[in-house]
Design a protein around this ligand. Structure first.
Ligand SMILES: Cc1ncc(COP(=O)(O)O)c(C=O)c1O
Length: 459
């Protein structure tokens, strides 16, 4: 554990005349500080963060072009909730979710409804809340109890779904993944769905591995359940990453509103939407899917505008950046960027698979994300955590972590290929992996193991 001193010492070159050389670290000082000094201190401390471009753990955007940065600079003062004061930003927000409704084949995009959010986590909460409220209305109308709602999902869901279940008193009914069923694929679904099921979450781009869950198969399994039990269970798609990939790389894949059961879809604008952190989206196939009693009204151009959100104030600039990308890239530009990412992911995946030490879990053909395992029997001397630590010494952040419930004895290592990881950088990464594996394979005995907390990896 790092021991932090109580005082913050300031380099004599940073302090300006009359300024103290020390500040309390954990209390607010009485005295003011000159802006240059404050800037320098924080700038220097932030240098200790990893290099964002070499961070292959995150899905979140780490680069936008200078024009986008300029727009950001121009608009960072916009508060998204102040629709009346910033009507242009509000209009652009609506344009963005309508564009997404169209991209995701809403049957009538003019009758769809959506909103921006701070990210996919908030969007998932809203999607889950709409499912719960619709189920409650239907149950009450039928004179039935509403005290035990459940939501069916894979054990490999992102942590935001566990939060949703916990915060809103919904039972998370997790279908465990296995070697035979590495994703939620409709197998055995009838054992999990009952009259208290508010919906099924299907993930387009599982966080752990990047693989798509087969939405059409899950939907067909729910059709069968409806035939035998009469239960009509809706689907929410968690497309945090994939909803910005599939429309461009797998346009024929039916995962979205083309399937009648899909009621709502969320995505992260700040992942493959290619915006800096702070924007997500959710769209419902039609206004009827979003119960009126969840909607609040804020003033807008002398009238009122419906809003559905957990936060009140939040940044509006990211929404403008999303629209920048829509204008700037269009379908062709998004396709070009995502294809380049996929090519790099496929290239890296196959090069890693060609190494004796590794077996691929998936090859990055869904979203440009892939994971691998250590080949059984390859070595007792090191594991993927050791490789991760070795790569970190060279600046690369490539996490290793256990798979979720029922497969926690399997460790995988994952690479998220994002805009900015060029083929050149990929070659440097491969060189580093080869060097690290060469070093680890050359060890005369096993590396000492520190005790690891083997919780799953959540982003
Ligand atoms: C499938 C999935 N859902 C939800 C989230 C949460 O997204 P956000 O970080 O935008 O809140 C993630 C993040 O990695 C994810 O992969």
């Amino acid at each position: 554990m790092t021991v932090e001193r109580d005082s913050l010492e300031i380099n004599p070159l940073f302090t300006r005349s009359g300024e103290a050389r020390e500040r309390p670290r954990f209390q607010m000082a009485d005295a003011e500080m000159l802006p240059d000094t404050a800037y320098q201190i924080i700038h220097d401390e932030a240098m200790l963060d990893g290099n964002a471009r070499l961070n292959l753990a995150t899905f979140v955007g780490t680069w936008m072009e200078p024009e986008a940065a300029r727009l950001y600079q121009d608009t960072f003062d916009r508060n998204m909730i102040d629709k009346d004061e910033y009507p242009a930003t509000a209009a652009i927000e609506e344009r963005c979710w309508r564009i997404l409704a169209d991209l995701w084949h809403a049957p009538d995009p003019r009758n769809a409804i959506g909103t921006s959010t701070i990210g996919s986590s908030e969007a998932c909460m809203l999607g889950g809340l709409a499912l719960k409220r619709r189920w409650q209305h239907a149950r009450r109308a039928a004179g039935k109890l509403t005290d035990a709602p459940n939501l069916v999902m894979s054990s490999a869901v992102q942590v935001c779904w566990e939060k949703f279940a916990n915060y809103w008193d919904v039972e998370a009914r997790c279908v465990p993944i296995s070697e035979e069923h590495p994703t939620l694929d409709g197998h055995d679904l009838a054992r999990y769905v009952d009259e208290n099921t508010i919906g099924v979450v299907v993930i387009l781009g599982v966080t752990y591995t990047g693989a798509y869950e087969p939405v059409a198969k899950v939907s067909a399994a729910l059709d069968e359940i409806q035939t035998t039990t009469g239960l009509d269970v809706p689907i929410h798609i968690d497309g945090a990453s994939g909803a910005f990939i599939a429309p461009f790389l797998q346009p024929e894949l039916e995962w979205d509103f083309r399937l009648d059961r899909v009621q709502s879809i969320n995505t992260s604008g700040h992942k493959y939407g290619l915006v800096y952190p702070g924007v997500g989206w959710i769209v419902w196939r039609s206004v009827e899917c979003l119960p009126e009693d969840l909607v609040l009204r804020v003033s807008y151009l002398g009238g009122d505008m419906p809003t559905f959100a957990l936060n009140f104030s939040r940044p509006g600039a990211q929404v403008l950046l999303q629209y920048y990308n829509f204008l700037r890239l269009g379908r062709n530009g998004y396709t070009a960027v995502q294809s380049a990412n996929r090519d790099v992911a496929n290239y890296l995946a196959h090069a890693i698979d060609a190494m004796d030490a590794f077996d691929l879990w998936n090859d990055g053909s869904d979203i440009p994300v892939f994971a691998w395992r250590l080949t059984g029997g390859h070595t007792e001397n090191w594991d993927l955590y050791d490789l991760s630590a070795q790569l970190r010494q060279r600046g690369w952040l490539v996490p290793a972590y256990p798979l979720p419930d029922a497969m926690t004895d399997h460790t995988v290592q994952r690479i998220v290929v994002r805009n900015g990881l060029s083929m050149d950088l990929a070659d440097s990464l491969l060189d580093s992996i080869h060097e690290c594996v060469g070093y680890l394979d050359g060890l005369a005995g096993p590396l000492p193991k520190e005790r690891r907390v083997t919780t799953s990896f959540h982003h």
